[in-house]
Design a binder for this molecule. Sequence first.
Ligand code: HEC
Ligand code: HEC
Ligand code: HEC
Ligand code: HEC
Ligand code: HEC
Ligand code: HEC
Length: 265
Amino acid sequence: MTPAAAVVLAFAAGQSWGPSPMLLESAEPHVYGRVVLDNFSTKAGMAPVPFEHARHRLLYTCRVCHVDVGFVMEAGATEISAETNRRGLHCGACHDGKRRNGDGTIFAACSDPGARPAPPACARCHRRDTDAELRERFERFARTAPVDRTGFVDWEALEARTRPADFLEGVTAHADRLRNDRSFSIPAFGTWLGEVTFSHPKHARWSGCEGCHPEVFPVTARGAVTFRMPDFVAGRYCGACHNKVAFPLAACLRCHANAIGALPR
Ligand code: HEC
Ligand code: HEC
Ligand code: HEC
Ligand code: HEC
Ligand code: HEC
Ligand code: HEC
């Protein structure tokens, strides 16, 4: 998005719903989608565990983890622990020291949780990276990945190359998948911003139906539930993913693509 378009849209936003466009702030690109897990680790004398969406969504769809493995889409809510990992749940569904990834074996999680001092291999997960290290790692990654004008990775373009797997042997059930090939327009209420086109098929490919129904969006007739930008900012509806893992709300024109037809994205 051009700076001019950002100003115009931020103004429109302030006009219709808010005291401050600053509310739209999300994490910066180098830590976007990074969830630091520390329900138990520090208390048990271990460093916290950062989980990187960027590292994992290259390999798997959202559906594999949030439906099949069963991670809650809310930081800290799943109560992942050394014990659940060792039982082959949560991180341990993949990080069990046996499952294959390409030619290699995926390293195990919490295989010997009582070991002190903790063996060096534990630090692949239990670690404290400095901000400078995270920036440097992101810059290296961003050199090979498509990055949009706002400085965030364009995951749709990147995943077209990496083709994340939608299946995890022994975990994903072989069930017939529901389909919903209807895309539809959601009118932006009371503004000149035009309609937002929402793609059911694309979102179902990422998240499955269960990624949104019934928790994020109850399955009701369209229009029965009203949702507005402030709901998204608060992390509801479209904001359950956008601003946390999928592209941030500040990338207005990726949703409001019809807003000002002449401006580039
Ligand atoms: C390899 C597994 C994995 C994949 C793939 C994955 N996630 Fe997650 N996700 C997690 C874990 C683990 C958490 C943290 C859960 C917890 O803390 O209880 C999480 C948390 C989240 C959160 C909450 C973040 C926050 O800050 O509150 C959102 C939103 C989310 N995921 C969306 C997605 C979307 C969208 C995709 C696909 C583009 C995706 N995830 C792919 C494992 C995964
Ligand atoms: C659906 C399978 C899957 C799940 C679930 C999963 N991972 Fe991974 N993870 C992988 C694969 C595959 C790799 C890359 C393989 C490798 O490097 O051995 C990886 C890589 C990583 C790396 C990068 C290590 C490095 O040195 O580059 C970390 C850290 C990591 N995972 C942590 C976690 C944590 C923490 C969880 C749970 C919150 C988790 N993963 C859940 C499959 C998974
Ligand atoms: C694949 C990533 C991964 C690896 C490797 C890993 N852990 Fe963990 N571990 C986790 C996660 C995720 C948690 C839960 C984080 C939280 O919320 O505190 C955890 C929690 C723990 C806890 C907290 C106590 C509890 O009951 O949950 C201990 C202790 C622990 N791990 C020990 C170890 C040791 C020792 C090693 C090395 C032998 C290790 N872990 C390797 C991911 C990992
Ligand atoms: C990213 C979120 C998301 C995913 C994933 C998703 N949906 Fe939806 N779905 C929506 C939204 C948003 C609406 C409209 C809700 C409203 O207007 O109140 C909707 C509405 C519906 C409706 C009722 C309205 C209609 O006319 O279509 C059905 C039926 C439905 N979805 C089925 C599915 C099925 C089947 C899948 C999986 C193939 C799926 N959805 C995946 C977000 C999603
Ligand atoms: C369950 C998570 C989730 C929810 C909820 C969600 N999205 Fe997305 N959306 C994604 C992911 C993942 C992508 C891929 C791009 C990325 O990750 O940055 C995406 C991409 C998009 C795109 C670009 C692809 C396209 O269709 O052209 C648009 C536009 C979009 N979302 C609009 C919406 C709108 C509007 C809503 C609410 C009605 C919504 N999304 C709700 C996860 C979600
Ligand atoms: C993830 C997709 C998405 C992004 C990104 C997004 N919007 Fe929206 N926006 C929507 C949807 C969907 C609606 C329709 C909700 C309604 O009005 O019923 C909407 C509605 C609006 C409205 C109408 C009033 C309201 O609150 O519903 C305004 C104004 C607006 N957006 C401004 C912005 C601005 C400014 C940005 C960037 C800073 C932005 N939007 C980014 C999806 C998005």
